[in-house]
Design a protein around this ligand. Structure first.
Ligand SMILES: Cc1cc2nc3c(=O)[nH]c(=O)nc-3n(C[C@H](O)[C@H](O)[C@H](O)COP(=O)(O)O)c2cc1C
Length: 170
């Protein structure tokens, strides 16, 4: 029941209050990422949490769609380890599953998040590599802004029966 509540009510939150996010909650969110399914159960992820103002302001300045980092308390970079990838292309898929798990966990902890796009944009991958000093085998996939919400968003209606193709397409 609680899982469905999170899935249907989570929204991207881009305005945050000044309340500090407890470090235990950040760890719990990362743990939720580590419980995501992954190809061949390789669990090929690494996480770089930061609440360093300098880092967050630099990203807000350089990334075209990350202005919310000016007020978010934390950001978590979700990365894939190329040395752990099961086969080509799965790294981003596995890390996307981890990212969604993390956003749902954050919602259930009373926190707001938004997924900031990194992969597959080369310039953003390069930007994250430089800012976070990532080794060559580590591919940044997504960045999650985290904070206590200062906005409320309604539950949208996204159920679209025309996107269901029972048995076969036609
Ligand atoms: C792969 C991906 C990349 C995204 N990149 C950004 C981003 O760079 N900046 C941003 O503000 N939102 C970003 N979003 C959030 C989407 O805009 C948002 O999920 C979508 O509008 C649906 O709204 P909701 O999350 O409130 O349901 C991204 C979402 C995904 C899945």
């Amino acid at each position: 029941m609680e899982a469905l509540e999170s899935i249907f009510n989570r929204r991207s939150i881009r305005r945050y209050s000044s309340r500090k996010v407890e470090k235990e909650k950040i760890i719990k969110i990362i743990e939720a990422g580590m419980f995501a399914p992954s190809a061949h159960n390789r669990q090929p992820w690494h996480f770089v949490p930061t609440n360093d103002r300098g880092t967050m302001l630099e990203i807000a300045d350089k990334h075209p769609y990350a202005k919310m980092l000016k007020t978010a308390d934390w950001a978590i970079l979700v990365c894939g380890d190329l040395n752990l990838e099961s086969s080509s292309g799965y790294l981003a898929v596995d890390c996307a599953a981890a990212t969604e798990n993390m956003m749902l966990a954050a919602y259930s902890l009373g926190l707001g998040t938004v997924w900031i796009a990194v992969y597959p944009r080369e310039e953003r991958i390069r930007m994250m590599r430089e800012i976070f000093k990532l080794p060559a085998n580590i591919e940044p996939i997504s960045l999650i802004a985290v904070g206590y919400p200062d906005e409320k968003k309604p539950k949208p209606n996204r159920f679209n029966p025309s996107r269901i193709h029972w048995d076969k397409w036609e």
